[in-house]
Design a protein around this ligand. Structure first.
Ligand code: MG
Ligand code: MG
Length: 275
């Protein structure tokens, strides 16, 4: 799940953001390993769901499968009950950005489906999202998914000791904007650990070398949310689903990542080669 951020364009224009003290908790090696176990269960859930995505399946069915797998693995769905959210996954389709509620909606040929899921295992939270093409899709869908995925990889690569939060955002933003797409500014990534949303905020835009410094043991969810059209989004009548304001497509990729002395460690990486 993404974190909402209230920050006006006007305030952002007032000045160049500066560096700030480190934010968030430094996890020990054992704690990062525990988060990695949570992340491995979550990656398994995503890997299984990936094989279920086909025209005719309902988002409610995907949710049932996810919850079953999480509980079989000894975990608890992190999203279910979070601020009243009723399900274990957020299946956001086409112009839906994030936080859609699963139900009777049926996947159709040509859809873009973003699947966001979270796991709590032994009290440790992991958070990860992937975007999929459903059946035969247009080049526009495929390209948006690929660019969003590539921008996540750029953000992860910037996740090193001594870098700053702004380095991550700048890397994501550069990749997205080079493709002619937009990053959303009102939704951000976040620290993750004992709870789903911890400091620091991890925007998908920024100025390199600015913001809080990254340190060994920091664990964050990096999650580019990318619109094919403009950057503006709106909240739907269900109080959860966020859609693009201009009706354009949106994609979402997310990994939980630990900053280590050896470089970024992706805790929600798939064990499968293709994912
Ligand atoms: Mg998420
Ligand atoms: Mg998240």
């Amino acid at each position: 799940m993404a974190k909402s951020r209230r920050r006006s364009r006007a305030s952002r224009a007032l000045g160049r953001p500066a560096t700030s003290p480190p934010q968030g908790v430094a996890r020990s090696r054992d704690e990062v390993d525990a988060l990695a176990a949570s992340g491995a269960l979550l990656a398994h859930v995503h890997d299984v769901l990936a094989g279920e995505i086909t025209p005719g399946v309902t988002t409610g069915r995907l949710d049932e499968i996810a919850e079953e797998l999480i509980r079989e693995g000894g975990g608890v769905p992190a999203f279910k009950g979070y601020q009243g959210f009723p399900a274990s996954i957020c299946p956001s389709m086409n112009d839906e950005v994030v936080h859609a509620i699963p139900g009777d909606v049926t996947l159709r040929d040509g859809d873009l489906l973003s699947l966001d899921c979270g796991v709590v295992l032994d009290g440790w939270v992991s958070d990860s999202a992937r975007s999929y093409a459903v059946g035969d899709v247009g080049d526009d869908v495929r390209r948006l998914i690929e660019v969003t995925r590539a921008s996540l990889d750029c953000g992860i690569a910037a996740c090193t000791v001594g870098n700053h939060i702004g380095d991550i955002g700048a890397a994501v933003q550069a990749e997205v904007e080079a493709a002619g797409f937009s990053v959303i500014e009102s939704l951000v990534g976040h620290g993750v650990g004992r709870s789903m949303h911890e400091p620091p905020q991890v925007p998908n835009y920024g100025v390199a070398g600015t913001g809080a410094e990254l340190f060994e043991g920091l664990v964050i969810a990096i999650e580019p949310m990318v619109n094919a059209g403009g950057p503006d989004v709106q909240l739907g009548p269900d109080g959860w689903t966020i859609t693009t304001r201009d009706g354009s497509l949106s994609a979402h990729w997310e990994h939980t990542v630990a900053v280590t002395a050896a470089g970024p460690r992706v805790l929600t990486a798939s064990a499968l080669k293709s994912a």
